[in-house]
Design a protein around this ligand. Sequence first.
Ligand code: SAM
Length: 212
Amino acid sequence: MAKSDSKSASKPDPNPKFSHRDPSHPDFWSERFEQDFTPWDTGGVPQALQQYVARAKPAATLIPGCGSGYEVAFLAEAGWDVTAIDFSSAAVDAARKVLGKWSERVLQADFFTYQPQQPLGLIYERAFLCALPPARRAAIVSRWAELLPAAGTLAGFFYFDDAPKGPPFGISRVELERLLHTDFELANEQDVTDSITVFAGKERWMEWRRRG
Ligand SMILES: C[S@@+](CC[C@H](N)C(=O)[O-])C[C@H]1O[C@@H](n2cnc3c(N)ncnc32)[C@H](O)[C@@H]1O
């Protein structure tokens, strides 16, 4: 479903006021979903994911921090066994509205403690790493590595920027490679041609293979 279909008819407040300042806490995100302030939201399925699904073998997939979760329906309809999680109740509500018959694929859960029901083949990354403060990066990478078996894939969009404030918190290429190289090797990457404004010119599609 397109983003415009999933939103209420009333326009979002052009000057929203937020009381939560810590993106590590679910209330930070819930408040933004509740006020319809979601500038990271693509409103659909990015082309690079569509291209990946067209050439890859279906795999048990986890989408951490799924937000509105458009990708869930896309993957499920392509025959992929997909589960999406988000720790914000408002994000889960938003995803369930978008997803209709696939809404049970979305769970309210914290990425750092969630235990998948089965071994994963793919973790799909979009606007999750950059959603959390840089101090959380090492923990995210450790959890990716714990959740994926050897030869499993971490694929998605990585946001490169050096602005000190976020979210989104951009990362440098050197820092991303430093964090990932112990447990992952880069298998493929490509430009992103359909970025939304927030990420335009600063994101790349990357596929990282879990080392054995
Ligand atoms: C910037 S949004 C991106 C949402 C979605 N991936 C997208 O591309 O539209 C980040 C999302 O990550 C979720 N999130 C942040 N920390 C989380 C955690 N520890 N566990 C699960 N979800 C988390 C937030 O609630 C929010 O919905």
